[in-house]
Design a protein around this ligand. Sequence first.
Ligand code: IPM
Ligand code: MN
Length: 353
Amino acid sequence: MNFKIAVLAGDGIGPEISEQGVNVMTAVAEKFGHEVTYEYAICGADAIDKVGDPFPEETFEACMRADAVLFSAVGDPKFDNDPTAKVRPEQGLLAMRKKLGLYANVRPVETFDCLIHKSPLKDELVRGADFICIRELTGGMYFGEKYQDNEKAYDTNFYSRPEVERILRVGYDYARRRRKHLTVVDKANVLASSRLWRQIAKEMAPQYPDVETDFMYVDNAAMRMIQDPRFFDVMVTENTFGDILTDEGSCITGSMGLLPSASTGEHTPVFEPIHGSWPQAKGQNIANPLAQILSVAMLFEYFNLEAEGRLIRDAVNASLDANVRTPEIQVEGGAHYGTREVGAWIVDYIRRK
Ligand code: IPM
Ligand code: MN
């Protein structure tokens, strides 16, 4: 296959992990005879500094020209600490999601046996947990009508039927390919938007008789994820609930540095780590590149290139088994490996296989 990849490295540790993702992509492409060309584009705080816009038109065009976007991270503390800032790096991420129509955010919560001891949960609770959160990404409060003055403010949690139907279909499609269990997470006891979700899900469920559908209030789901994470197979939820639950999901696995994600929808799909830009670690060669590298696996799998994805996953597992790990997951007494060294080891493994 011929791939055109837009590479958006962004801020903080973004450029360092991006480089490793690109190296892995290139190595896998060479191995399987794919042609890849990369087009680099700016976003986030980097783009604000350079052109005053966190998702400039040229970057949008580069994304639209590409088959897939390999995204890293955006965010810079100089904006977090300035409530008067008119434009923020995160707006670039939201603009990208909206302009590319990326309504489905797929965030797998997978555990790695050798890192289970890092989980804040007991080993026996979390071992074997393996579920996917499908988060609606272009609707709800993030994009609904907003208002703010000194006395009052509101955000509107707007959802239309087509928006709900299309994301539930994504949920059902994933459930069908997995353990056939879909949990629709909402707050239908309080919110009108949630009642619409639940009504539409009940209408759709008979079309998927092979999938068991259940409904759970979001507060209960937050609890259940801690008490019994193995209950879940695929969960589907609205934008804000999904934002919160996926942070919870990422920490129960033991390391946020290992979790990739895919955002898909109307235009070019985006593959990115779940973690953020970790500005404090910028330039230190200590950031874990595995979430970015696993995003490349998700990219290949999106194009039904299962063997390519498998090879990357095998390489990542082999690096963990060999204790070729960045400091935050390294075993006691283990050698020091930086971002570049872990990436290089994985590239080498791929070439040798
Ligand atoms: C995420 C992030 C973003 C979100 C922020 C950075 C706007 O937290 O991707 O989960 O809230 O969606
Ligand atoms: Mn978030």
